[in-house]
Design a protein around this ligand. Structure first.
Ligand SMILES: Nc1ncnc2c1ncn2[C@@H]1O[C@H](COP(=O)(O)OP(=O)(O)OP(=O)(O)O)[C@@H](O)[C@H]1O
Length: 838
């Protein structure tokens, strides 16, 4: 376009206002420009500029400080960071460099700035980690948070300074025509969008500190048009629940939050708008998708490219230059996938995004797996938390956040952290009706898993989750030895290995993957028939995400969690990074793990009710399509083990009082059951008066007893770190004293199908669904009905011939109970039923 036609193109123009003087067109870094002077062209020649334009556009005296107001913050701004604290000031000047400003940046070269940026990012990461792991003293947390904020300021300023420095050498001078399009009376620029895309002007608008950006154009369409596009691009005939609405909202430029269950079809909510907007702008509009994993990015990009959608990923392995070239070219990719770390660290990417932004070509930001932003969840990623900079730096660009796992608290947290403005929120039920949730007791024997696979899932695909890398390797090896095609997967594998394992599993060559949690995000294999957790998941969010990988084709699938209370300590020792840490677990981590323990300990409530209640959903157990508590696996036996429990606790007490004895749970159980081994003879342990006190009990039942005593805090384990490993020994817990002195009763409830109890002295027994328990009381049977729902449903007591005599006695897990006496004439019938379960 010629300069004259450019200047006259006001009618169809897009208006944009210059911001404060600091955000107006800027000169080369070290130059000062007087408002009435001429400006300097790229080749050094001077050319005149209009006085009106220059005075508004260039401002009075242009210095580094005027360009970066945040570099020289006002003192008041710092005060809320606790600058009054001498400790903070001291730490700040030692670690961050400047007490009150970032003025030191002026004198640094771009290279030095890069180094400082890396240093600051690493420090910021460490501080954030310490906050995560810190056992809090309020003051320390306050100081750490203040330091973290200072680092974040520093990182932002460093990024700006780097972008400024790296582009300042070849800083483009705006043409006279461009400058004359400034309307001083309204402080508004009138520049047609097409002119902004001209090569001459692009670099001007791409600079980080520039005129106000063009607003990304809106491209709404009718529902019929969206449906047509769905068929044309994805060969899908109908939208699923919430998809169309989410597409329409984001196309209208609104921030959007989408919560759909795993496999619900979240990707389509942003992929369809991305394709449409790209088509309508002739390839100018780019949707930027932030996704947590490189492997996931590759999968998504490959799947889109296979459908003919122009998508690229900007990750470690990609040719950054060619991606940047495409983003600066005329026909840009419709979708750009990046990791949050890339957004956080790459000043190159930042510059490219600025360029797109100022040209009005940023269609939207998409934050996939948005639960990683929330510190409440245990999938929390530090780089995710920094994503609010997208809103800070590109305020007009709509954001869409998607997740399959978020409690109401998580949702609020995500919306707040991303600074979404009045978002359209779509929350679906997280219930996965085709998944059967099972919790089984975990024994020391991996045979259980082998038998389960051989019996129920022999030819089917599945995932087994374990916490440690070596335990994944071991279990996969055992399965292979037993003729089950299995491979292991964890973060320690090389990228090539990971790809190969994933490809084998995806194609069905290897049916089972034994993996740490690093496996699974974004997996779209439809026929996963089972997911086994052989170790405790870190949180119920994790559990829901990980089990969500089963049955994506809608056909029945099973998720089995092997539970032992003693796994709690192993999970608590895991740092957020997934590595064993000697630091105290954070409060959030403890809370998350404890929620999982409570979920497992509850053998009565519908598992689906428990899980969905955690995510803030009400679910009627009548609608449960299967869980281990609602189905026949829910038969429970109750035994009064008060005597055995007291003997067990006093055994632990005697070792606790002996300064030379440290016994693990298994060693204690062996002494308790009177095992005749070398270990039980050591130090005369077999002479202890409690030796053999539990000799009538099976190993299973004794383990259950000790686990329940640990759960109740009557016993506890303490950790000793030795030879690079952690060892756990038993001692009395905080509730031991009252337990021993009050001589309280101790009933143990368990599944007779999974726990062998050994000698049955006092008859106990059964029950079925909905859970009710029958106890043998002298000549009669009495039923205790355990109610998991807050309001008992009368219909459940509608058994003819039964007399309800007593109710609302809370059981050991706090459920209300109802006792029912069985009339003598029914006793025989029930006795037979009962005996068949013993
Ligand atoms: N409207 C639809 N009709 C039919 N299939 C659909 C529809 N929407 C999405 N799908 C398909 O459903 C599958 C799951 O979609 P997608 O991967 O987007 O799920 P997701 O919600 O992102 O799951 P996850 O949280 O596990 O990543 C894909 O194979 C996708 O092609």
């Amino acid at each position: 376009m010629s300069q004259s036609s450019f200047a006259s193109a006001k009618v169809n123009s897009v208006s944009f206002k210059p911001g404060p003087s600091s955000r107006t067109l800027r000169p080369a870094f070290s130059r000062e420009i007087s408002p009435e002077s001429s400006t300097i062209s790229r080749n050094g020649a001077q050319r005149p500029i209009s006085s009106a334009a220059s005075s508004h556009a260039l401002g009075a005296k242009r210095t580094f400080a005027s360009v970066f107001p945040n570099v020289f913050p006002e003192p008041a701004k710092r005060s809320n960071l606790g600058s009054g604290s001498p400790k903070i000031n001291e730490l700040h000047s030692a670690n961050v460099g400047q007490t009150d400003s970032h003025s030191d940046l002026i004198s640094k070269s771009a290279e030095e700035l890069e180094k400082l940026l890396n240093y600051s990012q690493e420090r910021s990461r460490q501080v954030a980690l310490s906050i995560q792991n810190y056992s809090p003293h309020e003051e320390d947390i306050f100081i750490l948070t203040a330091i973290e904020t200072l680092y974040k300021d520093r990182i932002r300023e460093l990024k700006k300074a780097i972008a400024f420095k790296t582009s300042s050498d070849a800083f483009p001078i705006p043409s006279a025509a461009l400058l004359s399009s400034y309307d001083a009376s309204s402080s508004t620029w009138h520049v047609p969008a097409s002119s902004r895309n001209s090569p001459e002007n692009e670099s001007i608008f791409s600079s980080t500190v520039c005129v106000q950006p063009l607003r990304p154009p809106l491209h709404t369409a009718s529902n019929a048009q969206y449906r047509a596009a769905l068929r044309r691009v994805f060969q899908i005939n109908a939208f699923r629940q919430d998809q169309l609405e989410a597409v329409a909202e984001t196309m209208a430029g609104r921030d959007t939050f989408v919560l759909m269950p795993t496999g619900g079809g979240k990707s389509l909510c942003y992929q369809l708008p991305a394709v449409l907007q790209s088509e309508r702008t002739n390839g100018a509009a780019v949707t930027v998708v932030v996704s947590p994993l490189v492997a996931l990015i590759h999968d998504q990009v490959n799947a889109l490219v296979a459908r003919g959608v122009d998508a690229v990923g900007l990750t470690e392995g990609t040719d950054t230059k060619s991606v940047e070239k495409r983003l600066r070219g005329e026909s840009k990719p419709a979708l750009l996938y990046v990791t949050p770390e890339k957004v956080h660290k790459s000043s190159h990417l930042h510059t490219v995004l600025c360029s797109l932004y100022h040209l009005g070509n940023l269609a939207r930001f998409v934050i996939d797996e948005a639960h990683c932003i929330s510190t409440w969840g245990s999938d929390f990623r530090i780089a995710y938390r920094e994503l609010h900079t997208l809103r800070d730096d590109f305020p007009d660009v709509p954001i869409m956040a998607l997740t399959a796992t978020a409690t109401p608290q998580n949702t609020r947290d995500i919306i707040g952290r991303l600074r979404l403005k009045n978002p359209a929120v779509f929350r679906q039920s997280l219930n996965r009706a085709n998944i059967k949730y099972v919790v089984k007791p975990k024994r020391n024997d991996i045979n259980d898993v082998v038998q389960l696979i051989m019996a129920d899932h022999k030819m089917e695909s599945g995932i087994i989750y374990r916490t440690g890398r070596s335990s994944c390797q071991e279990l996969a090896k055992i399965l292979r030895k037993r003729g089950i095609p299995a491979q292991h997967y964890h973060a320690g594998l090389s990228p090539a290995n990971k790809c190969a394992v994933y490809a084998d599993w995806n194609s069905g060559k290897c049916r089972i993957i034994v993996a740490t949690v690093s496996f699974g995000l974004g997996i779209d294999k439809s026929d996963v028939r089972f997911v086994i957790h052989y170790d405790l998941p870190k949180s119920l969010e994790n559990y829901h995400q990980e089990t969500g990988r089963a049955g994506r084709d809608g056909l029945p699938a099973r998720c089995i969690l092997y539970y032992s209370f003693r796994d709690l300590k192993t999970i608590l020792d895991l740092a957020p990074s997934g590595k064993i840490s000697s630091a105290e677990p954070s409060i959030d981590h403890r809370k998350n793990v404890w929620n999982v323990v409570q979920y497992c300990e509850d053998q009565i409530s519908c598992r689906r009710v428990l899980l969905l209640r955690y995510f803030g959903e009400k679910f009627d157990k009548k609608d449960c399509s299967g869980c281990s508590n609602c189905s026949s696996e829910g038969f429970l036996v109750s035994r009064d083990l008060s005597t055995e429990a007291h003997l067990a606790v006093s055994l632990v007490q005697s070792f606790d009082e002996d300064p030379y004895e440290d016994l693990t749970v298994q060693q204690c159980i062996a002494v308790f059951r009177g095992a005749a081994t070398q270990d039980t003879r050591k130090n005369g342990r077999n002479n202890n008066p409690r030796y053999g006190a539990g000799n009538g009990m099976s190993q299973d039942l004794a383990e259950l007893l000790f686990n329940r005593l640990l759960y109740k805090g009557v016993l506890m384990e303490y950790k000793v770190s030795r030879n690079k490993g952690h060892h756990y020994y038993l001692q009395l817990g905080q509730h031991a004293k009252e337990f021993l002195s009050e001589n309280g009763t101790f009933n143990l409830t368990f599944h007779p199908t999974t726990i062998k109890s050994g000698q049955m002295t006092k008859a106990s027994v059964i029950l079925s669904t909905p859970c009710f328990l029958v106890q043998h009381v002298e000549e009669r049977f009495s039923f205790t009905i355990y109610e998991s729902s807050p309001e008992p449903e009368e219909s459940e007591f509608d058994f003819p011939d039964l007399t309800r005599v007593d109710y609302d006695e809370p059981n050991e897990l706090g459920h209300s109970t109802h006792q029912i006496l069985l009339p003598p004439r029914s006793t025989d019938v029930f006795r037979r039923v009962i005996m068949s379960y013993m």
